[in-house]
Every structure is written in structure tokens, then in C-alpha cells.
Design a protein around this ligand. Sequence first.
Ligand SMILES: Nc1ncnc2c1ncn2[C@@H]1O[C@H](COP(=O)(O)OP(=O)(O)OP(=O)(O)O)[C@@H](O)[C@H]1O
Ligand SMILES: [Mg+2]
Length: 244
Amino acid sequence: MTENMRPPPSDLPIAFENVTVTEGSVTILDRLSLTISPGEPTFVIGPNGSGKTTFLRAAMGLVAPTEGRVTWGGRDGVSPHKLAFVFQRPVMLRRSAESNVRFTLSAAGVPRIEHDGRVAELFKLVGLDGLQKRSARRLSGGEQQRLAIARALARDPSVIFLDEPTASLDPAATKAIEDIVRTITARGVKAVLSTHDLGQARRLANDIIFLHRGRIIETGATSEFFESPRSPEARSFIEGDLLV
Ligand SMILES: Nc1ncnc2c1ncn2[C@@H]1O[C@H](COP(=O)(O)OP(=O)(O)OP(=O)(O)O)[C@@H](O)[C@H]1O
Ligand SMILES: [Mg+2]
């Protein structure tokens, strides 16, 4: 990622056309059609098991639809190339924090001469400056999550998927992650997040995809979703009722 303006990200929009994902006899995603556009973050929200992780994996091209299709940048048959994923439970290599990032820089084919500069820039960006040499697995949960984001950004993505990046983090650690999302958004990276934290969606989301049992119940602008939800499921979810 550079601080300069980038041209419009070519993997966007990401379009789902009637996407179904089944595993054996289980339907995990059920005929989803929607578009993820450039700009401010898009959030996918919904109860446990509603299909958020599977949705993000399909949007990244990690899961192939059983039916329907996903396209990136409106091109047919072209795989996305500038996407990065931060998993719900990121696993760090048993090495120093910075070797985790260097490993990804190498894997992404970044010339070795640029690695020192990129490592310095990325650690600063995620607020881990000074912890480069610390063993990655000794970092706190919040620090590991930030390292996972640094590692994903090492790929210089146009889109970054963050699967519940603040689950189990306290408010200060959550704020640190939200600030990173704001910074990278300002630099032109599209963030697509899942969360259980409705406050976070209110604070950061431009638009919301609300899933329940593998189906899209609502999509739309954040203010619309919170102020005038159209479905009973979204209303109960927003009001904090247990949606089962
Ligand atoms: N490979 C798989 N085989 C069978 N079922 C699966 C598979 N992957 C996911 N599922 C099921 O699909 C449903 C949706 O899973 P998914 O992980 O996408 O939901 P989620 O919204 O991310 O849940 P959580 O909030 O708990 O992370 C769940 O019932 C899950 O058990
Ligand atoms: Mg999940």
C-alpha cells in the first residue's frame, strides 16, 4: 500500500449473482445476489452460523459457489488478484512479529530491497512499532489481530476482508482496529468486515448486509438499516433480542 492515490481498485465491484453454497445436504448460502462497491466499509452482520464467514470466503474466491457466480471488477472468468483476508482466529507463525510480515512480503513477490521499508511502514500503520522482534505468539490478542492486519496489508490489497476482527477484544483494542480501518479506507483500500458488534457497524459501515440462516434478509445504507429496518429479523437483531 502506498500513500498516493491509487486508481480505482480493479477487483471491484464484487458481484454475487444468485450464489448458493452447499456442503453435502447443508445449504450454507442461499441464492445471494448483491454488489460490493468501492468506498467506505461494507459490513456483513447476522447471528452465529448465519453464513458470514462463508460469505466472506466466497467474496474472496476461497469458496466456489455450488450455483450462481461471483465476479470481480465485472470481468468474467478472471480471478481476483488484489484481495487479502484476516481470519476470525488468525494463526501466527512461531517466529518474530516482523518475520510474519516478511514471510508474506516474500510470498507476494515484493522485491527484497523494499522489505525493510515496508515492514517499518506497516508496523507504524497498525501501531505495533517497537514490537517487531517480539515473538508473534507472545503478543496480546489485540496485538496479534493488528499483526494479522499488517500481514494482510503486506499484499498491497485493493480489498481487505476482516472476519470479526474485534471479537473478544476490549474497547481500547477495538478502537485501535477501528482506527486502522479508517486509515486504510482513507488510503483507498476497501474494507469488508463481519461483526456481532452493532455499535461498530454504526460507527464504521457505509452499508450493511444482514444475513440470517444463509439468506440475505436486508441490504442497504447503514442509517436506513438501523433507523428503518424492514424485516422483523433485522428489527429484533437491532433491538438486541435473541435471534435464533
Ligand atoms: N465446510 C462446512 N461443512 C458443513 N457445514 C458448514 C461448513 N462451513 C460452514 N458450515 C455451516 O454453515 C453455517 C454458516 O457458517 P459460517 O461459519 O459461515 O457462519 P458465521 O455467520 O460466520 O458464524 P459465526 O458468527 O459463528 O462465526 C454454520 O451452520 C456452519 O456450521
Ligand atoms: Mg464466522
